[in-house]
Unconditional design. Structure first.
Lengths: 505, 228
């Protein structure tokens, strides 16, 4: 007995050592590890393997800049070029990426062929495929379009329209350009939505104004308790401005919104991320249990951060996967096209892979760039094996390769057994293969009611078809035989009564 | 000697049989209460048609129904994090409010010429639970043979069971105390307040008790410290 226990203890000790060795091996991949997580069905945080790792961080020194970056505001990627809008220095940096080498290809401070040539407080840039640049030249009150040699082509200036308050300056802050050259810009002090210009420079209105929101308390207070003078002094309820916009490949505008009340966020009235169609309606798909609002809990006193997630920028990858950047926590949130959260990572801080004040996010393929306005740095994230698997699996499913997608999701589950999307993915593939009972098991593990219901109905149909024979027999036994027996009994009694009558007669 | 013994045995058996028959009759009476609530509750309280044993049976069945519902309803229709559910806690979380509400109602109505005694109130309330049991137990099974988009069927029956039971409870209180509907409505509201006060008193009692205990414990420690 004693010997047994000793052997058991030895085995346990060996197991413990092995597990610690293997975990040490797993952790030591040579890259800084960050805390990546996802929410499960109960909206509990589930830690996960890292979806991205820091490839490198680009500082002003790495680009051999004479004047370091000062309060850079925006990033843009076109082809192999990264454009950094270095607002504080009134310039735009064009960086060429060649693998892991990032070299400064030019500094844009001035344009040619117009009266005002020097950029003044530029805030955003967009570059089309021919290399034409659209620059939000904020303090010059224009969006300027130049060709790739910086020759002036066109300027989009203050709309001469009654809907635009002519006493205000036109201060374009963020801008996107669609495939046909239309310019959409967010201007400071304009709360009617995204300002839209046609390719010829004509102002054609606003897209997707935020709804006016106010709390019931405010409304009651203002309507019933304020005097006329107080009411006149207080500003009226106005819609809030968007924070940032991004144009995806299909020319839909993704807009983020940071001014809302926390209460609205909980009930999804705030809609911090929107996908605007041509007439300005929000068509973002939200199939998850909770909407894409970033952090689900922000009242906890344990954390150093306070307040809800504020998405300061957003970028849209292939397959409508979008990544939004939270300035409250310096955190990146990835969502797929159906609104399911893929992962979240990143925090505030001073080391590699965390941010002092993250302001802009862009992507090149699957790699992510995050601009830090205080540090004047660009952090380059590349997906890990785990991150790649998630992307590949969802892509395979979208392409219709269900078996391939299931195999990839199995790989994901090996790395993270808490990943709900993988269970759903495998379940959907199984359902396509008409393996309904197993599909139901996977959907139940992911607590996916809709898909479970779908698989269940198909399974039930088959089950009923297979078992209709004995079910009919059972029905006959239960219902028809008692009926027959009863009628026989009745007949018998009638006969008896008749016979009795005969006897009496 | 043996004759008297067998006779007494016989009597005991017949008494037991009679008791059992009365119990079964009291159980069966629930059907009459459900479909003729005004008559049913009146006779329940004033003609002794029900029994406390039967009532307690219904209460236990009610708790069992609740637990079975949590455990065996298909996940499509219930969002209980089963890994955190404690069956006894769940049962107690229904039983205690039930008893406290009965107590609260009794302690008020007895002051405002309610005719019902505590046992009458308890019996009536337990009989009012019957529709909940009768509808929800089959629903646990049904939830496993319907899909999520057929949920309308399930939710309608679910709410019918609750509304039916609440209506029965209301009529039950009315008949037991011989109150008018308006007065019953007022007393339902006041009963909830009374229940809150009872809970408050229980909490105060236990906190004072623990204070008193800790006082004596600290005296003992002090004395022990001085003596040694």
């Amino acid at each position: 007995m004693k010997a047994n226990i000793r052997i058991l203890a030895l085995v346990m000790a060996a197991l413990l050592m092995m597990s610690s060795v293997s975990s040490a091996l797993a952790a030591d991949d040579g890259y800084a590890s960050s805390y990546t997580y996802n929410y499960d069905y109960w909206s509990d945080i589930r830690e996960s393997p890292d979806a991205y790792r820091v490839n490198n961080v680009i500082y002003s020194g790495d680009l051999s800049l004479e004047v370091p970056m000062k309060r850079p505001q925006s990033l843009f990627v076109q082809g192999d070029y990264i454009y950094v809008v270095d607002t504080g220095n009134n310039r735009i940096l064009e960086i060429l990426r060649d693998g892991n080498n990032f070299t400064l290809s030019r500094e844009i401070k001035e344009i040619a062929g117009t009266d005002v040539t020097a950029l003044n407080n530029p805030n955003d840039i967009a570059v089309d495929e021919e290399g034409n640049m659209y620059i939000a030249d904020t303090n010059n009150e224009r969006v300027v379009k130049v060709d790739k040699n910086l020759n002036f082509i066109q300027a989009f200036t203050k709309p001469a329209d009654t809907t635009f308050d002519q006493s205000l300056s036109f201060l374009p802050n963020k801008l996107v350009v669609d495939n046909s050259g239309r310019v959409f810009t967010l201007a400071t002090n304009v709360n009617k939505g995204v300002v839209k210009f046609e390719a010829n420079g004509e102002f054609t209105g606003y897209v997707g104004a935020n709804k006016v929101t106010y709390s019931l308390v405010d409304y009651v207070w203002k309507t019933f308790f304020m005097t006329e003078e107080q009411r006149a002094q207080q500003e009226s309820f106005v819609p809030t401005e968007y924070c940032n916009i991004y144009m995806d490949e299909d020319s839909f505008i993704y807009a983020t919104n940071v001014s809302f009340s926390e209460y609205d966020l909980l009930w999804d009235n705030a809609q911090p991320i929107r996908r605007l169609n041509g007439i300005g309606n929000d068509i973002l798909i939200k199939n998850d249990r909770y909407p894409p609002i970033g952090e689900l809990y922000w009242q906890e006193t344990m954390t150093d951060y306070h307040g809800p997630t504020k998405f300061v920028d957003i970028t849209v990858l292939e397959n409508d996967i979008y990544v939004a950047l939270d300035r409250t926590r310096g955190r990146l949130f990835g969502y797929d096209s159906q609104g399911f959260m893929l992962w979240a990572f990143g925090s505030l801080g001073n080391s590699e892979g965390v941010f002092a004040s993250a302001i802009s996010i862009e992507h090149m393929g699957k790699d992510l760039f995050v601009l830090d306005q205080n540090e004047g740095s660009i952090t380059v994230f590349v997906p890990t094996e785990y991150g790649e698997l998630i992307y590949d699996a969802s892509e395979a499913y979208l392409k219709g390769d269900y078996d391939g997608s299931a195999a990839l999701w199995e790989e994901v589950l090996k790395l993270n057994a808490n990943y709900n999307l993988a269970f759903i993915g495998i379940g959907r593939a199984l359902m396509r293969q008409e393996n309904f009972t197993e599909a139901m098991e996977y959907f139940e593990m992911a607590m996916d009611r809709d898909n479970y219901g779908r698989a269940f109905r198909l399974w039930r149909k088959i089950w009923v078809e297979e078992n209709i024979g004995w079910m009919a027999i059972a029905l006959a036994v239960i219902v028809i035989i008692p009926l027959v027996l009863r009628s026989i009994k009745k007949k018998k009694m009638e006969v008896e009564a008749y016979e009795r009558n005969q006897v009496v007669k | 000697m043996s004759a008297t013994k067998s006779l007494s045995k016989e009597m005991a058996r017949s008494a037991r049989k009679e008791k059992w028959e009365r119990y079964v009759a009291a159980l069966k009476y629930a059907k009459y209460v459900c479909f003729h609530p005004f008559d049913g509750f009146w006779d329940l309280a004033h003609e002794k048609k029900g029994s406390i044993a039967a009532a307690t049976t219904f209460l236990v069945l009610f708790l069992i129904t609740h637990v079975l519902k949590l455990m065996y309803t298909n996940f499509q229709f219930i969002t209980a994090p089963l890994q955190y559910v404690n069956v006894f806690e769940q049962a107690a979380s229904l039983l205690l409010p039930f008893l406290i509400l009965c107590l609260g109602n009794w302690s008020l109505t007895t002051l405002f010429d309610g005719k019902g005694r505590f046992s009458d109130i308890y019996t009536a309330m337990c009989y009012a639970l019957v529709p909940y049991i009768v509808i929800q137990l089959p629903l646990v099974f049904i939830s496993n043979i319907i899909a999520f988009d057929e949920a309308a069927f399930y939710t309608v029956l679910m709410s019918v069971s609750v509304v039916y039971s609440l209506a029965l409870a209301f009529i039950g209180l009315m008949q037991v105390h011989d109150y008018s509907p308006g007065k019953t409505a007022i007393f339902v509201v006041v009963t909830v307040l009374a229940a809150c006060i009872i809970i408050f008193l229980i909490l105060v009692f236990f906190s004072l008790l623990s204070d008193a205990l800790s006082f004596f414990v600290s005296i003992y420690r002090e004395v022990a410290f001085r003596l040694y």
